[in-house]
Write a new protein. Structure first.
Ligand code: NI
Length: 137
């Protein structure tokens, strides 16, 4: 029997969307207010789903304490109250869009969680704007 368990998490972070190889004018045209050179913040809401089979011995898919700690180590501690562009190495040369943040989170979780689990990352930048990434290219 296969099912999905979910864990919610939250972080606040600042970012700026821009390309260094573009003029200020072009950045403003493409990224609008999100290209403000002085950065701006979002309250990100994260929902991580793990899909797999229930262990008949424990009745668990995974001990949720394990998932909680992995999310804390890989997402909350490195991202919360940070400037993503300046303080998070993954975004040194990668635009911290909602899409790219979700992909980075997925890759970090994939490296820490048993390969028997499918992973989905649902990331909200605002209550209305969100992305879901499950590792498919
Ligand atoms: Ni933004």
């Amino acid at each position: 029997m296969s099912l999905t368990v979910y864990r919610k998490a939250h972080f606040n972070a600042a970012h700026r969307l821009f390309r260094e190889d573009w003029s200020d004018e072009k950045n403003k045209e493409v990224f609008g207010k999100c290209s403000n050179p002085n950065y701006h913040g979002h309250n990100y809401e994260l929902i991580v789903g793990l899909t797999g089979k229930v262990d008949p011995e424990t009745g668990y898919l995974i001990d949720l304490k394990i998932l909680k700690n992995v999310i804390k180590d890989e997402v909350e501690d490195p991202f919360d109250h940070k400037n993503l562009n300046k303080e998070v190495p993954e975004f040194k040369n990668l635009n911290p869009t909602l899409e790219n943040i979700a992909i980075v989170i997925w890759n970090k979780l994939r490296a820490r969680l048993d390969s028997k689990f499918g992973i989905s990352v649902e990331l909200y930048e605002t209550p209305r704007n969100f992305v879901i990434y499950n590792g498919e290219s």
